[in-house]
Design a protein around this ligand. Sequence first.
Ligand code: ZN
Length: 234
Amino acid sequence: MKTTFKRYINLLLDFIYPRVCVSCEKYILGSENHLCIECLLAIPKTNSHLHPIELLERKFWGKLNVKQVYSFLKFSKKGKVQNILHTLKYKNKPELAEYIGKMYANDLKAIQLEEKIDLIIGIPLHKDKQKIRGYNQADAFAKGLSEVLKTPYDEVSLVRQTFTISQTKTGSRFKRFKNIEGVFEVKNMENIEGRRIALVDDVLTTGSTLEEAGSVLLAAGCRELYIITIASAY
Ligand SMILES: [Zn+2]
């Protein structure tokens, strides 16, 4: 009886506050969350946790000592995954990133990932960028993974610095200032040292940001490094 009532209330709420699928923008109803059932079934999973994908691993060959690279979805331009990533980036949706994290963690439980890692860390955003965006989608994804894998996540030990350097253009008397991003630093060494860490981000393209952050973690004594992303282009 109670569940029927709850279902009725939810349907009523969907009528008052319509929700749309983040991928196709059709209305979603009842038990559907963020994605409609068609999109949920159609989003292209990589299944890299079941069958390691060399094209993913290869991005780090000779650059970063990574145990394994896991990517939930296969990114393609103008596809369903692009809409999801766009929503995460520009629409302040921590609950969507968390939801995806939980979904993927359920897949990753199949390979007992929770026994291979001690800590989950999201690639930090620069403070100003986070202020504008409202949240860090990598941290929200990490939180979702953490909840299901019962592995702690840490959003304070790795930080991103921005240094402003001045550039003088030849022939111009104006000094120009440029922000150099992507400089990572470990704040709490003791949280990193000896740990097996999953470094996570929204999307893996060239891998240069993950490479940079990952090498900082390894230099700080991280014992084993895994990479997990929501999507990947390969
Ligand atoms: Zn949809």
